[in-house]
Design a protein around this ligand. Sequence first.
Ligand code: NDP
Length: 465
Amino acid sequence: MSTVVNPATEETLAEIESAGVEETDAAVARAKAAFPAWRAVSPTDRARLLRRLATLVEEHHEELSRIESRNVGKPIGGARGEVGMVAHVFHFYAGAVDKHHGETIPVAGGVDLTFREPLGVVGLITPWNFPLNIASWKLGPALACGNTVVLKPAELTPLSTMRLGELALEAGIPEGVVNIVVGKGSVVGQRLIEHPDVAKIGFTGSTEVGQQVMRGAAGTIKRVTLELGGKSANVIFADADLEKAAAAAPYAVFDNAGQDCCARSRVLVERSAYDRFAELFVAATRKLKVGDPLDPATDQGALISKGHLEKVQSYIRLAKEEGGHILCGGNVPDSVCERCRNGYFLQPTVIVDLDVNCRVNQEEIFGPVVTITPFRTEEEAVCYANATPFGLSASLWTNDLARAHRVAERIDCGTIWVNCWLLRDLRTPFGGMKNSGIGREGGDEALRFFTEPKTVCIKYSTERT
Ligand code: NDP
């Protein structure tokens, strides 16, 4: 039995029977049985069903937003935005799939045709930080391409995904096509990875578990897409609009209480602008309201669990041991509100005077903690930005267009935002370099990774060969 808790209040939201290997095998068997009929549904009809699902998500927008806010402890405003995006994802892939087809290649004495075929049963493993969003990025393209799915949400936050499974049935997606299995990663996730009837794993989570996914998948030569951790830089040049950069920087790192793989948790500032930027950044951070996630005025809600709060606090202690100084934050807030007195809250924390190679600047903290480090030259900025094993994202602030292009080219990561903290469009690929993952989600990339190309070569002239 697993207890699902609201991290902002510690109240129990649900008790759920945890699935084991047997239930996972049964879900894979259901998905396997449903596959031939689902793949035979024409793309246009699959698109129609996905549109219906998108509309149902829109109709249940407030319900899903509140489930997400209560289960993850995230501000309701953010949850509403995320659920809006989920509906958009299903609309997007409904609109994309009937335009995703193969090629006709004339060859000597015949013709080659390529087809994009569904893979079969795909296993999707999702984390707790953006449960419904991340599920939709995988589920939308997987279903659109004709795959059937076994989806394992994080045990801490299964509620919105379970509701989405019900809405998928209500939309008319046949039984067995979408199977939600709630259970431990080490049991359900591991079984999906090793199961011979699962053709692919789409995983988002930590780099450590991502490595286990790769190792486990080797036994059945399973395809894997991995969206893993990050330690992203926010690079501020002195010629940038410092006011704008400082006003945006807190959102780049403290959004979702820093529990975001793209959190720009290492701010790198050109030395001549360092003091001014630090002052503006701390002032902007102090304005963030840490509070009840259901209060629309709240900027930062709770952390996901007591254990995770303690882990993040241990990094703040480590920062002090490593020679760092705290400019603001660092503590559990005195009082958030009566309802949330047992919640797992932490002040947004800004730390300075740390070496770029220290642990706090190298490891993914996944909480509301940011460091500021000065750099002298463009070369040094690039070197610092690249000085971790991760390569997911970065931000870059400058008014020099040539420099923006130059530096963007040299930072090793999947996405760089220039003069903004976030600009995300579903048509663009999203994913990481280095230890941040393999493969890309979004747009055509996702349609590619949920299909396998097949080439059919037809010889039509026997005389000529
Ligand atoms: P995990 O990588 O442990 O979990 C992500 C998903 O993988 C969950 O559904 C989890 O299941 C599942 N899982 C865990 N172990 C296995 C396994 N052996 N085989 C298959 N699936 C497994 O991340 P956590 O949620 O524990 O977070 C730990 C750290 O990971 C964070 O502090 C952060 O650094 C990073 N992270 C990165 C994310 C990102 O977006 N890139 C998202 C979340 C975390 P369950 O939890 O139910 O056991």
